[in-house]
Design a binder for this molecule. Structure first.
Ligand SMILES: [Zn+2]
Ligand SMILES: [Zn+2]
Length: 358
């Protein structure tokens, strides 16, 4: 295939833009020029998915207010086809169906050089620090592209990035044959339930206050759903695990009290893998709950690049995941504000958005 299709100098497209310091997104018609940097590619977006981060941007909360420079084209989870490559691109080619690692890393800092690019000190995030993929076309660095199996439905491919968060969280400590708690069942926690099942956990216990999501966790194969609003989580986890507690906890809630309690039902020697982001500092009994229990704690940042992506692909290809169930809604991109409201009400698993051609 030649390295560029016949593209005009500029393309007119629809895009989802955060252009005002208030709640909501604007759907705009904008142009993107097709000139590329040497190591950049132009991607036609086939499918995108809605992330919790996008909801923060939609709602324009304190984090968004402090972080974003407006106007910004939003979105970072995608599957798309490469339609043009920069002069020195070697890793991908026109026609490849790719997804993107969201973290643009420097490749030269201490962490990148030792193979831990997920904690790169110069990380930029697509759709947060650079224009994103809620549009018909997006420009990406070639180094961020993960070439997909083109036979998989793009809507499944676009959710690999959050699925990577779930896999990174659940795969850090061995879970095969273990008793596992998934704490917080938003879209990524629900994926974690599915991942834990697929990876051979003995028992998967979902902890979630929202009825819709608790029921979804059960339908995805959780052995039990505990609602901490009405039940004693520690007692129930212990009852379900022979009195000792969970071997591994995947923390997706970011909830202060839920995190404090998790230390009580984590088994001695167990592993706590933390992805949820609390909005305030949390007091922990370090002596009794960490040191004397000999537990391990792992902070999860993004995905290991690209180790986690290969694990995700292997899981998708194994046929053991239930992505069709995890994706509960699909909208044309122009109806993203509806999608955001559903996300705000927590009445969803993953929401997929399909760009429309102009
Ligand atoms: Zn995301
Ligand atoms: Zn770096």
């Amino acid at each position: 295939m030649k390295d560029t299709l016949d593209l005009p100098e500029t393309i007119t497209m629809k895009a989802v833009v955060k252009d005002a310091p208030a709640r909501g997104f604007s759907i705009v018609t904008k142009t993107i020029d097709t000139n590329l940097h040497d190591h950049e590619v132009l991607v036609k977006v086939l499918s995108a998915s809605f992330c919790g981060t996008d909801y923060h941007i939609y709602a324009y909360d304190d984090w968004a207010r402090n972080r974003l420079k407006l106007p910004l084209t939003v979105g970072h989870e995608l599957a798309g086809k490469i339609v043009k490559v920069g002069k020195r691109v070697t890793q991908v080619k026109v026609g490849d169906v790719i997804s993107a690692e969201t973290h643009i890393i420097c490749g030269t800092c201490e962490f990148c050089l030792r193979g831990e690019g997920h904690i790169c000190e110069n990380t930029k995030i697509i759709g947060v620090d650079t224009d994103g993929c809620f549009a018909s076309y997006v420009k990406l660095p070639e180094a961020n592209c993960f070439v997909n199996n083109p036979d998989v439905d793009p809507k499944f491919l676009s959710v690999q990035e959050p699925l990577g968060n779930a896999v990174h969280t659940m795969a850090h400590f061995p879970i095969e044959g273990k008793d596992v708690v998934v704490l917080g069942c938003g879209p990524i926690g629900l994926m974690a339930v599915d991942v834990a099942r697929a990876m051979g956990a003995k028992k998967v216990i979902a902890v979630e206050v929202n009825e819709y999501r608790g029921q979804m966790a059960l339908s995805l194969g959780a052995d039990a759903w505990i609602n901490p609003a009405v039940e004693n989580t520690t007692e129930r986890v212990k009852a379900l695990t022979g009195g000792r507690g969970a071997d591994v906890i995947g923390e997706f809630s970011g909830n202060k009290r839920a995190i404090q309690e998790a230390f009580k039902y984590l088994k001695a020697g167990g592993g706590l893998s933390m992805l949820g982001i609390p909005s305030e500092p949390i007091t922990i009994d370090v002596a009794n709950d960490i040191v004397f229990k000999g537990i391990r704690i792992y902070g999860v940042v993004g995905r290991r690049i690209f180790e986690t992506w290969h694990q995700v692909r292997a899981l998708i290809d194994s046929g053991k995941l239930h992505l069709n169930q995890l994706i509960t809604h699909q909208f044309p991109l122009s109806r993203i504000n509806e999608a955001a409201e559903i996300m705000g009400r927590k009445e969803c698993g993953k929401i997929v958005l399909i760009p429309e051609d102009l």
